[in-house]
Design a protein around this ligand. Sequence first.
Ligand code: ADP
Ligand code: MG
Length: 226
Amino acid sequence: MTSAAVVELRDVTRSFPGPPEVQALKAASLRVESGDYVSIVGPSGSGKSTMLNVLGLLDRPTVGEYLLDGVSTGAMHDDARTALRASVLGFVFQAFHLLPRRTVLENVMLPLLYNGAPRAEREARARAALHRVGLDHRVDFRPDLLSGGERQRVAVARAVVTRPRLLLADEPTGNLDRATTTDIMELFEELNDDGLTVVLITHDQRVADRARRTIRIADGRVEEIS
Ligand code: ADP
Ligand code: MG
C-alpha cells in the first residue's frame, strides 16, 4: 500500500506511568500530507512536545500507531529508528542546540557524518545549506559570535542539509524578537515552497497563522483542525 502522507498518527495515546499517571496524548490522530505546513498550538502542558517527540521518533506511543513516510514505526528496533530519523527528519529547537566549540560550517556538516559521504562532499553540501539560509559570510564563525536569528539560521541549515522529508520545529522562534521571528518564518515558507513538509509547535499566534493548517491540542486531545 502506498500513501502520500508523510505523517500518520492513528489513535495515539502516550501515558507516563507516574504516579500519578499522566496521559499526555489521548487517542490523537493526525495526517500530514507531503508538502504541507502544519502549526500545532495549545496551552503549556497540553501535549505538544510529547506529540513532536513521537513524530520525531524520540518517543513511542503507548497505544496506537505511527507511520512516518509510509513506514510503520511501532515494531522497529531503536537502531532502525535512529537510521530512519537521520535520513527522513530534520529538527529545529527553541534553544538552537549548536556545538559551541565548532564553527558554523562544522556544525552544519555534522549530520552528514552518518551517511558516509566523503569530507569534500559534506563540506560542499554544508556550504550550500548555509548559502540557502543567507549565511555565506558566517561559515568560519563560532556560534557564540552570532545573533539569535543567525544561530537559528545555522540550526535550520543543519536540519535541512540531509535533505529531509519532514522538518520538525519545537518553538523555533521562542527565543527571537519580532523582526527576527518574521525572518525565520519567511525562511520556513521558502523551504516549504521548495517542497519540504513542515510541522511546527508555537505559542505565537502570528507564527501559527503563517502555516497552511493549524492544529490545536488541549489536555492531550487534538481539538480542532483549521
Ligand atoms: P507541552 O509541550 O504542550 O507544554 P508536554 O508534551 O511537554 O506539553 O507535556 C504534556 C503533559 O505530559 C504534561 O502534563 C507533562 O507534565 C507530562 N509529561 C511530559 N513528559 C513527561 C515525562 N517524561 N514524564 C512524566 N510526565 C511527562
Ligand atoms: Mg513543550
